[in-house]
Structure formats: C-alpha cells, structure tokens
Design a protein around this ligand. Structure first.
Ligand code: ZN
Length: 159
C-alpha cells in the first residue's frame, strides 16, 4: 500500500465531474487500499478519488469503525434536513455548517462486483453526501455557512 498526496482546494481536479468506473480491476482495488491508508493516516472519516487526483466515481468511508468502499455510488432517497459542522481533507483546518439530508439511501457497487444498497443517518449520511459532492466537483466550502478555522478532533473529523 502507499500513501497518496491529498489535493487541496484550488486544484482543478477537485472541480471536475468524475467518470463512472466501467471495470473493477486490480488498479481500482489497489487504489481503494491506498485511499483507505491515506484517509486513516490523515484521521479522516471519508475520502473521494478526486481528492487523490483521480477523477473517477469512487469513495472510501469509515464511520464508527465500519468501512465502506463505494464504486459508482448514487443517492436514491433523501429525507429530512439537518445542519451540522463539516470539514474536508482538501481544505485543512476549515470547518463550516452545511445543511444535508438527515437520512439517505445509497446504491453502489462493491469491489467484489456486488450491487448494494445502504440506508444511513447521522455522521454516515453526512459523510456520504459530502463524498458524493466531491464526485460532482463540489466542495463543502462552496455551500457551507459560518466557515471558521479550527482544530480537527473526534467531533470535528475531516472528509
Ligand atoms: Zn472532502
């Protein structure tokens, strides 16, 4: 495995619409492992492929010790609305309030070529919406209110 360089806000790769993954091959599986390692090393709870410079539809999330590798994820259902603090590995030490759906359902393919659907709420739902925004070239600082400089901690994780 290898640590990857995390691209920071201002890098054009973070503004791109990401391509669908057509073939889940060794290269994709290695990228998933490297993205996970990079995320854990930065103490993030989620990471999207464009954040390591590759504009494809792949995200890795680890919330409450459960890891999700999502290939071509699509949100199929949203419910409610909640405002909470968010941060991003591509925008170090910045936090802001973002309105997100309270609950989401997401459909994705696993690295074992299985179609899965997952219902999420709380931090996991927020993280899914944040990472999927990355796949559309959208950063949380584009939509956040009350952006402040802060310290990363358990209550303030970066994604
Ligand atoms: Zn992010």
């Amino acid at each position: 495995m290898a640590l990857l360089e995390i691209k920071k806000a201002g890098d054009p790769v973070l503004k791109q619409h990401c391509e669908e993954i057509k073939k889940i091959d060794k290269r994709i599986k290695k990228l998933i492992d490297d993205m996970a390692e990079t995320m854990y090393a930065s103490e993030g709870v989620g990471i999207a492929a464009p954040q390591v410079g590759i504009p494809i539809r792949l995200v890795v999330i680890d919330v409450e010790k459960k890891r999700y590798d999502m290939i071509n994820p699509v949100i199929t259902y949203r419910e409610g609305s909640v405002v909470d603090s968010e941060g991003c590995l591509s925008c170090p030490n910045l936090f802001g309030d973002v309105e997100r759906a309270e609950k989401v359902r997401v459909k994705f393919t696993t690295k074992y070529h299985k179609e899965k659907e997952l219902e999420a709420e709380g931090l996991l739902a927020r993280c899914i919406q944040h990472e999927l925004d990355h796949l559309e070239g959208r950063l949380f600082i584009d939509i956040a209110k009350n952006i402040t400089k802060g310290k990363v901690n358990r209550d303030n994780p970066e994604t």
